[in-house]
Design a protein around this ligand. Structure first.
Ligand SMILES: Cc1cc2nc3c(=O)[nH]c(=O)nc-3n(C[C@H](O)[C@H](O)[C@H](O)COP(=O)(O)OP(=O)(O)OC[C@H]3O[C@@H](n4cnc5c(N)ncnc54)[C@H](O)[C@@H]3O)c2cc1C
Length: 415
């Protein structure tokens, strides 16, 4: 007879940005959540743990507002006022044909609002932990490395590497792109390696950025300059992995001269500051998000190329949809781990995730090369797209996450 003793309604594996956001959404709505993470909070909150920034679209910032986290983020949030997308070559500067997204050019109801906000991941993680500490329904056990989850008719039992096990009605796997739980459950993914890596560094510049984000497509991969607070920008510089490793090995002066060969002049004098990070880039999309009281969310379900800065935004849409489905079921007195409940989440999220994964993959293949005919076609394509107002505004709404059936939390409402 399976045990009817539960440690929490939900066992959540993975205290990354997706997992912590989900814990808050579910916990505030009355479900008890036990968060398990392999890394102790002192390690994941240390400044060197994650050098990335996240460009949060408008829908994601509304979610942070509904979770009560946004006030903790505003001191660190840089509004994006303009985005310029251009093609180019190192040394010869950007192509004159390009796309310009201006926050003043939106739909009438959003015109004048920032296109999104850029925040360093370390500040988002700290704000989420801070919020969680005040929610009684959430407990965190870390370090706690998880090996697998197994289910029976009543609940899911999660097995830890130290021999202990915990039990809930449901297990949510937000354990990242190498998800141990996805693999242990035998869920297959469509996956490939980009043979590219993204170098992340902070750049100080003499001139203010004015909220401008610049996506510059170079033959080795996209070179994104993302404005953050102060006269600083964060760089996501994609190159074939071997080239990225060579760049990582350069001393500061040589790295900065490579930077100068790529940066435009509008930022004035520039120099890199602090450590650099490098992230190998790969794609995967799980064939199923749901199996036997186990649900995948965030990078555990899908990992996409960072070319459009959308991976976390997708994960947060998973969070909002999953929390809504579970909380509604709980209020109706239904079993939150029942297949019929969980399939609602899968049906809601799959199309959006697959579409954006495909778009980012195609963009990367189209732009990360120096084939002359393709170069000409994409320059003309960018130029034409930039001239068609409705197309440009549709792309802006997609980037903001303001399309499709939005979960309540993403409209800014409570659950
Ligand atoms: C260079 C780069 C730039 C990016 N920029 C953007 C951007 O601008 N905007 C955007 O939206 N997205 C961006 N992304 C994507 C975004 O960073 C990810 O989608 C997001 O961080 C995924 O979060 P997650 O919580 O799902 O997974 P993760 O952050 O990987 O968290 C997984 C957690 O699970 C824990 N864990 C793993 N295995 C176990 C186990 N066995 N037991 C217990 N715990 C475990 C880990 O310790 C970790 O805390 C970028 C990605 C890259 C690589």
């Amino acid at each position: 007879m399976p045990s009817t003793r539960f440690d929490a309604d939900i066992i959540l594996v993975g205290g990354g940005l997706v997992g912590l956001s989900f814990a808050i959404a579910a916990g505030q709505a009355g479900l008890s959540v036990l968060v398990l993470d392999a890394a102790p909070p002192a390690a994941s909150l240390a400044p060197g743990f994650d050098g990335r920034v996240s460009a949060l679209g408008r829908a994601s910032t509304r979610l942070m507002g509904a979770l009560g986290v946004w006030p903790r983020l505003t001191p660190y949030a840089q509004p994006i006022l303009d985005i310029i997308v251009t093609d180019g070559r190192v040394g010869s500067g950007p192509s004159p044909l390009g796309l310009h997204f201006d926050h003043l050019d939106g739909n009438p109801d959003t015109s004048g609002q920032a296109l999104g906000h850029i925040i360093e991941n370390r500040h988002i993680r700290a704000a989420l932990y801070n919020k969680i500490s005040g929610i009684e329904q959430i407990s965190i056990r870390a370090p706690a490395k998880v090996l697998a989850a197994r289910s029976d008719g009543y609940g899911a039992t999660v097995q830890l590497a130290d021999g202990a096990s915990v039990r809930g009605h449901l297990c949510v796997a937000a354990d990242g792109r190498e998800s141990v739980l996805r693999k242990a459950a035998g869920i297959k993914s469509i996956a490939w390696d980009y043979a590219q890596s993204g170098i992340v560094a902070t750049v100080l510049h003499a001139q203010p950025h004015g909220g401008l984000a610049h996506e510059y497509f170079l033959p080795g991969g996209p070179f994104a300059v993302l404005p953050i607070t102060g006269n600083r920008s964060s760089l996501v510089w994609t190159e074939p992995t071997r080239r990225a490793q060579a760049l990582m090995a350069l001393n500061h002066a040589d790295f900065d001269s490579e930077l100068r060969a790529r940066f435009g002049s509008q930022w004035g004098e520039i120099k890199s500051e602090g450590p650099r990070w490098v992230y190998p880039l790969s794609f995967h999309h799980a064939r199923d998000y749901v199996v036997d009281r186990l649900v995948l969310a965030g990078d555990a379900a899908h990992t996409i190329h960072p070319i459009a800065g959308q991976g976390l935004n997708l994960g947060l849409r998973d969070v909002a949809a999953l929390a809504e489905v579970l909380v509604d079921a709980h209020r109706l007195g239904l079993d939150i781990g029942a297949a019929t409940v969980l399939e609602r989440y899968q049906a809601w999220r799959r199309f959006d995730n697959v579409s954006l994964a495909a778009v980012t993959d195609i963009l990367n293949r189209l732009f990360s090369n120096d084939v002359p005919l393709l170069r000409l076609a994409r320059d003309i394509g960018l130029g034409i797209a930039g001239q068609i107002g409705p197309l440009r505004r549709l792309a802006m709404r997609h980037a903001a996450g303001d399309v499709g059936k939005l979960p309540r939390l993403m409209t800014g409402d409570a659950l």
